[in-house]
Design a protein around this ligand. Structure first.
Ligand SMILES: N[C@@H](CCC(=O)N[C@@H](CS)C(=O)NCC(=O)O)C(=O)O
Length: 206
């Protein structure tokens, strides 16, 4: 029988190692566990430090690809989750409100308040989910700033210029998260390219 291409180095009693094994089992990947001994200090040997310079297990090898840091794979998955939430839950609603409150009047058309009201009602529910999440972690994917937070900036910047900003202001964790995000120097710089005024009034072009 051919040796599996995927190799996992470590001691399986470690929860870091066993969760990697569990994920491989769930995915139906054919792998080989190459047992190492912590007591014997296998993780400090040069051949292991070449796989992971931090001397930790597990390390996963698949041909030329060497991966370590199961925790960070988990974090990456949470970033994906919240990018998805932004794209499919928050943004469609916030965009509809921003279009009606900011861009439609700017283009000289009447605001459709029915569209606004419908989207506001849905957005209230979505924002409750954000509030719950942000009461557990400082940022969306965890206690670290990520693309998941940054990707919210554009639409939130416009949304917070509408009178419906109060929906976010009323939620302490969501509010604190937004204030912190908007106060970042990068956000402030990009905001200068996005001239929306307060309470839905677009700034006059220079
Ligand atoms: N962030 C890493 C942490 C890995 C880790 O801490 N592994 C422990 C397993 S017990 C380890 O290698 N300990 C050896 C040591 O710190 O000397 C991951 O998620 O894979």
């Amino acid at each position: 029988m051919a040796t599996p291409a995927v190799k996992v180095y470590g001691w399986a009693i470690s929860p870091f190692v066993s969760r990697a094994l569990l994920a491989l089992e769930e995915a139906g990947v054919d792998y080989q566990l190459l047992p190492m001994s912590r007591q014997a200090g296998d993780h400090h040997r040069p051949e292991h430090l070449a796989r992971n310079p931090f001397g930790k297990v597990p390390v996963l090898e698949d041909g030329d690809l060497t991966l370590f840091g199961t925790g960070s794979l988990e974090q990456a998955a949470m970033v994906d989750v919240w990018l998805e939430v932004e794209a499919h839950q928050l943004s469609p609603l916030a965009i509809a409100i921003v279009v009606e409150c900011i861009f439609t009047p700017f283009l000289g058309r009447e605001r459709n308040q029915t569209v606004v009201d419908e989207n506001v009602e849905k957005l209230k529910k979505v924002l409750k989910v954000y509030e719950a999440r942000l009461s557990q972690s400082r940022y969306l994917a965890g206690d670290f700033l990520s693309l998941a937070d940054l990707s919210h900036f554009t639409i939130m910047h416009c949304f917070m210029a509408t009178e419906y900003a109060a929906l976010v202001e009323a939620l302490p964790h969501a509010r604190a998260w937004w204030k912190e995000l908007a106060a970042r120097p990068a956000a402030k710089k990009v905001a200068e390219f996005m001239p929306v005024g307060t309470a839905g009034a677009p700034k006059k072009p220079e």
